[in-house]
Design a protein around this ligand. Structure first.
Ligand code: PLP
Length: 378
């Protein structure tokens, strides 16, 4: 079975497993304990925090370990909900992951205003610039890269314009971190990340908050993380996350992702030639090097594709893992102006660092074969 669903989750890499095992065996103390076991664990936790701060370009104490990005993203919305009470708006891009989108609507209802996106899947910077000249939301949220399409958002430009108007800027960098250089992320006020998208374990992530600021905790009952997130820190999975991220950082520094982009682009070119009527969403946009989000030819249903490719030995998906199986079309494709019938033809193929050129070739052959079978059946 060849895995092409890395945007949903990535396999845990060897370095992360080894780090987990090492910490579990050697650093079993609670970081809050006063004895030597506790001190050792606390030092290791501080080391991990320093490493991440250096990579992001922020202060170690600006970082809070969380159970993943869903928690981190909810923390931001919850914080602003408490801060604002019943007045003030937050603006979020129309293509945010459900854990931002739904949480913003839960806390703010109609006061969560959507930043429109173009048909090419990029936030409308003209809209943002014009609206900010007129009014000041309490927070602007634009993800760094979209999980369904892989389209990279102009988060640096959005951050700059927000800061010009002194509006805090939040980016969900879950799909971006571990695939693209992190330069500049530390200058965003809030940043979230999750280990399982880049080869770390599931159930661990982080939130970066503005320097020397506080955040209203979501969880109460402990003084961990400077009173900002209660609960004993899971040092082993935090260390495993950092082990994975260090490897990814080195690969990115060596520009190893550029060759992988070539493999993906070659796949796309051949795919479009072999399947007339298929399109690649946001093909000419700046996109993550691993993602192909395609509208299959007319009449082809995405679930059929997923099932048939699965039988052929390839794991692909219909879009975001969290919306898989839902009847409504993806809110991301709807926001880009795709009709429901088009959105129902969307298949996402997302590779990882481990994916080889031969894997892409094999996927292409399988896609062509499944297409021929589906045409024959129709
Ligand atoms: N944000 C984005 C862009 C994602 O792709 C995901 C996971 O699919 C999440 C947030 C949620 O992350 P987690 O699984 O760590 O809760």
């Amino acid at each position: 079975m060849i895995y092409f669903d890395y945007n949903a989750t990535a396999p845990v890499m060897r370095e992360a497993r080894e780090s987990w095992l090492h910490v579990t065996e050697k650093l079993g103390g609670n970081p809050s304990s006063m004895h030597q076991f506790g001190a050792k664990a606390s030092n290791a936790l501080a080391d991990a925090r320093e490493k991440l701060a250096e990579m992001l370009g922020c202060h170690p104490l600006d970082l809070i370990w969380t159970s993943g990005a869903t928690e981190a993203n909810n923390m931001v919305m919850h914080h602003f909900a408490k801060k604002l009470g019943t007045t003030g708006e937050v603006w979020i891009s129309a293509i945010e992951h459900p854990c931002v989108f739904d949480s913003a609507h839960y806390y703010f209802g109609k006061r969560a205003k959507l930043i429109p996106v173009t048909h090419e899947g990029v936030i409308d910077m003209d809209w943002l610039t014009t609206e900010l000249a007129d009014s000041r939301p309490a927070l602007v949220t634009v993800m760094a890269a979209n999980n369904e399409t892989g389209i990279i958002q102009p988060w640096r430009e959005a951050r700059a314009i927000c800061h010009q108007y002194k509006v805090p800027f939040f980016t969900d960098a879950v799909q971006f971190i571990g695939k693209m250089p992190m330069t500049g992320l530390g200058e965003c006020d809030f940043v979230s990340g999750a280990a399982h998208k880049f080869g770390g374990p599931r159930g661990v992530g982080f939130l970066k908050i503005p320097h020397r600021s506080q955040i209203t905790p979501l969880l109460h009952g402990g003084k961990q993380e400077g009173g900002r997130r209660a609960g004993t820190e899971n040092l082993a999975i935090i260390a495993a996350m950092m082990a994975a991220l260090e490897v990814r950082e080195k690969q990115i520094l060596r520009s190893e992702h550029l060759l992988r982009k070539v493999w993906r682009d070659n796949f796309e070119a051949q795919f479009l030639r072999a399947l007339p009527g298929a399109t690649v969403i946001g093909q000419n946009q700046s996109r993550l090097w691993n993602t192909v989000s395609a509208l299959m030819p007319d009449g082809d249903r995405k679930l059929q594709w997923v099932i048939r490719l699965d039988k052929a030995g390839f794991a692909v998906s219909t879009g975001s893992a969290c919306t898989t199986g839902k009847e409504e079309p993806s809110h991301v494709l709807s926001a880009m102006g795709y009709k429901s019938a088009q959105a129902h033809r969307a298949v996402r193929m997302s590779a990882g660092w481990e994916t080889t050129e031969a894997d892409w070739d094999a996927l292409l052959k399988a896609v062509v074969k499944v297409h021929a079978e589906m045409q024959h059946k129709a």
